[in-house]
Design a protein around this ligand. Structure first.
Ligand SMILES: Cc1cc2nc3c(=O)[nH]c(=O)nc-3n(C[C@H](O)[C@H](O)[C@H](O)COP(=O)(O)OP(=O)(O)OC[C@H]3O[C@@H](n4cnc5c(N)ncnc54)[C@H](O)[C@@H]3O)c2cc1C
Length: 394
């Protein structure tokens, strides 16, 4: 039997589920597929900043998030040589298996069909047009055809790679734009009472180190009992071209050697999940957004920038932009690359000047010869703290 759908979305992470919810709500016939069986884990720092909150509010998920998260109100910024300061910062932190589960529910409740444990093996491409997907589900191969395919299959998207446009118009300013991140959950971390006062008044720690070139490390209480149980998401991110084979399990002990307060946080702590590793490419590394019959969103389209254009919010924004473009394409019955580019790309493409400025600012902080004196200066100077680093982390 030949199956036809309006829209097939490959990947039910942040971008795929939000896009499916928006499109289904607008009346489109949406099929959302994921290779994993849900709820599934995903390597992430769990920080949900204000950008994604607009989408969660529209999907009526704020109360559910609130029940399952810690609200961070400050960030403890640590330099490589041991100075530290506290800056204002506001974000929710919740494990991805919970957040992504809520988003999938939102898509289903609005009418999308969701099939997990369903791997898209290949795109069906005919005469330069993407026409559908070849899937493997419970050991059985089949194909599903759609008018539009939205690729939301995450960082290092194999499927967008198959389309052969990687590295198109890349805009490199500094660094390689290619990162590796790794994180694990710990319990029993000694979050100091003075600084972390329960679910709604917590702080996270964020630091720079010369061994994490082009990146940083973090310790973030996550989930409803993050502070109560010292349940924290702990991780590292670094530029994978600048440095090779860095392991979080090797890095953290060396951080403790220099920073005794950091070491004290971990006294009595217990690791409760394995380290989980993932690759990332930022918006300066790849620029491939659409083609005949398809759109690329979220990490699959490399639209984020660690530290500045947080991945979850950027993925959510691109999901909304794709839903708007897909609705217009369905109405116009035009799924050509030209039409999709016009409707989608201006909504996700960052301003080149601002991007360059932000990237250079971030790269400067990653450089410990800049961040060491900067953080040392912040320690006794609240105006500097708020105005300089506080602004950057907003
Ligand atoms: C270590 C680390 C820490 C991070 N910390 C943060 C943070 O604290 N805050 C933040 O905002 N961002 C963070 N990010 C970035 C953030 O995780 C991503 O930007 C975000 O998850 C992107 O969402 P997405 O929907 O594009 O992709 P994903 O969430 O990766 O979802 C992709 C989905 O596609 C599915 N899939 C893949 N291939 C197929 C296939 N062939 N067939 C079917 N399904 C498929 C996968 O199973 C997955 O569910 C971090 C990233 C890393 C690696």
């Amino acid at each position: 039997m030949k199956i036809e759908r309006d829209v097939i979305i490959v990947g039910a992470g942040i971008s795929g589920s939000i896009c499916a919810a928006y499109l289904a709500k607008a009346g489109a016939d949406v099929l959302l597929l994921d290779k994993e069986v849900f709820p599934r884990d995903k390597a992430c720092g769990d920080i949900l900043r204000e950008g994604v909150m607009t989408h969660l509010a529209r999907l009526d998920l704020v109360d559910r998030l609130d029940e399952n998260s810690t609200l961070l109100r400050r960030l403890h910024v640590m330099s490589e040589n041991g100075s530290e300061s506290i800056i204002p910062f506001e974000a929710y932190a919740a494990p991805r298996f919970q957040v992504d589960g809520m988003l999938v529910d939102a898509a289903i409740n609005r009418g999308a069909e969701f099939r997990d444990g369903c791997r898209v093996r290949k795109l069906i491409v005919e005469n330069g047009w993407v026409k559908g997907v070849q899937i493997r589900e419970r050991g059985v191969d089949s194909e599903i055809r759609g008018r539009l395919v939205i690729l939301a299959d995450g960082a290092g998207s194999v499927l967008s790679g198959d389309l052969g446009h990687h590295e198109e118009n890349a805009e490199r300013f500094t660094g390689s734009g290619t990162y590796v991140g790794e994180r694990a959950y710990f319990t029993g971390i000694n979050l100091e009472e003075v600084l972390a006062k329960g679910q709604y008044n917590a702080y996270g720690a964020f630091g720079f180190h010369k061994k994490l070139k082009g990146g940083y490390y973090w310790i973030v209480p996550s989930g409803r009992n993050g502070v109560k149980d010292g349940y924290c998401n702990v991780g590292i991110l670094y530029d994978s071209e600048e440095q090779k084979n860095v392991k979080a399990s090797d890095i953290f002990p060396t951080l403790f050697e220099k920073n005794k307060r950091l070491a004290a946080l971990f006294l009595g702590a217990r690791q409760v999940s394995p380290w989980k590793r993932a690759k990332l490419q930022d918006v300066t590394a790849v620029k491939h957004r659409c083609g005949n019959g398809y759109l690329i969103i979220g990490d699959a389209g490399s639209i984020m920038m660690p530290f500045l254009k947080d991945g979850i919010s950027a993925a959510a924004d691109s999901a909304e932009a794709a839903a708007i473009a897909a609705k217009a394409a369905i109405r116009a019955n035009d799924f050509s690359a030209e039409y999709l580019r016009e409707e989608y790309v201006p909504r996700v493409e960052p301003d080149a000047g601002r991007l360059k400025f932000e990237r250079i600012t971030a790269e400067s902080l990653y450089d410990v010869t800049v961040s060491n004196p900067m953080i040392a200066r912040m320690v006794n100077n609240p105006t500097y703290t708020d105005r300089v680093l506080g602004e950057m982390f907003k």
